[in-house]
Design a protein around this ligand. Structure first.
Ligand SMILES: Nc1ncnc2c1ncn2[C@@H]1O[C@H](COP(=O)(O)OP(=O)(O)O)[C@@H](O)[C@H]1O
Ligand SMILES: N[C@@H](CCC(=O)OP(=O)(O)O)C(=O)O
Length: 367
């Protein structure tokens, strides 16, 4: 049965777009563009998150090893992004389609004004039937300012635009239940919010030109699926992968979406870096929050407060060992929270509507 997604984010990893020698694989890019054109004909909206700037830069400039890695990456990305977007523009043009370049940094998701500017820009592009082609602005995003990888960026875009699905194209058929190179391993077809132990299957091994690896992909995928967006990890090198995935006739890993979350929870899910303080909770509170009932965090389950926060600030929720369980918006400041810590019959410190819990807390401890 065909998957009835209307708005789809497609993320293409460097490895899909790159030949073994590090040069861009123009035939592959062409084939992906052709598939996207076919999907567009079906009336779907497509937003592309494409890596490949550095790889494209390599085909134009040779950088001597005496330059440091950061400067070399800036050089290759600055030159390569021009070539990458020109390639897309030319290839989409053959199908009568127009694409646009959107380069973003992590800061753009933190600053509310930048966030809204970005959202408005995507809206106007989509209203005009234009395909946004997004990449990190590698020229200014350096080390700690960088996204973990473009998978993180794609997850943020998917939640910002309330997409129906996020398709991550990598160089593997999906997440295997063992080493992908081991003939005994199989692709896990479906992962739901309650699945546990996923991280034990995933090695830290990355593809030749990849940045984050499969573990960061799976963390992001679970987080996005929990917000109500389906996430697929599939092989971008497989012929006709996109139409076949949408027709459900090809192997891939699908993270089943939970019930759609509110806009506030979607925003919260990606605001760990904005947290002003942290709240430690006891095992009873943790159990209550993770139960199937909608539960707010009451001061009676709070065992410690770190940092200073005000009403409305984002706070981290930690268990007694310090593992990150989720994020919430404080209903009152840290002074009052300290005062009522451990007390019964007090107002919730975090209301359920403003609470986002990470799936599988044990997996998060390895972050
Ligand atoms: N259990 C697993 N299943 C699938 N791939 C895995 C697993 N564990 C590790 N990997 C590695 O993750 C890689 C894909 O991640 P990454 O290098 O970030 O790719 P991309 O460039 O597409 O973002 C695979 O090439 C594979 O080597
Ligand atoms: N922004 C970089 C890609 C960074 C990245 O995350 O790559 P990948 O892990 O292959 O998706 C580039 O365009 O070269």
């Amino acid at each position: 049965m065909a998957l009835a997604y209307k708005r789809i984010i497609i993320k293409i990893g460097s490895n899909v777009l790159t030949l073994d020698n590090g040069m861009p694989d123009l035939a592959r890019i062409g084939h992906l563009v052709e598939q996207i054109a076919e999907i567009k004909k079906q009336g779907k909206e497509v937003i592309l998150v494409s890596s490949g700037a550095v790889a494209s830069g390599r085909s134009l400039v040779q950088v001597s090893e005496k330059f440091d890695a950061v400067a070399s990456r800036q050089l290759l990305a600055a030159v390569g992004q021009v070539k990458l977007i020109n390639t897309y523009s030319e290839l989409f043009g053959r199908f009568g389609l127009v694409c646009a370049q959107v380069l973003v940094t992590k800061e753009d998701f933190r600053d509310r004004l930048h966030y809204l500017n970005m959202k408005n820009c995507f809206q106007i592009l989509l209203q005009h039937d234009i395909i946004p082609v997004i990449n990190e602005n590698d020229v200014i995003s350096i080390t700690e300012l960088m996204f973990t990888d473009n998978d993180e960026l794609a997850g943020l875009v998917a939640s910002m635009l309330n997409a129906d699905a996020l398709i991550i194209l990598s160089n593997v058929d999906g997440i295997y239940n063992g080493n992908p190179k081991d003939p005994g391993s199989e692709v896990i077809r479906e992962i739901d919010h309650a699945a546990t132990g996923l991280s034990s299957f995933i090695t830290t091994q990355r593809s030749q030109f990849g940045r984050g690896g499969m573990l960061t992909k799976s963390h992001m995928a679970r987080r996005v699926a929990q917000l109500g967006i389906a996430v697929h990890i599939a092989n971008g090198k497989t012929e006709n992968i996109l139409p076949r995935l949408l027709q459900e006739t090809v192997v891939n890993t699908r993270f089943l979406p939970s019930k759609a979350a509110s806009g506030k929870k979607k925003w919260l899910a990606h605001n760990e870096n904005n947290a002003k303080g942290a709240v430690h909770i006891n095992p009873g509170a943790r159990e209550a929050l993770f139960s199937s009932r909608a539960t707010s965090l009451l001061p009676v389950g709070v065992t410690g407060i770190n940092g200073e926060f005000l009403k409305g600030d984002v706070v981290k929720l930690l268990d007694e060992s310090g593992a990150l369980l989720g994020l919430g918006i404080a209903e009152y400041g840290s002074d009052k929270a300290m005062e009522h810590m451990g007390e019964k019959n007090q107002k919730p410190l975090v209301h359920y509507d403003y609470l986002f819990l990470y799936p599988e807390p044990t997996d998060n401890a390895v972050k």
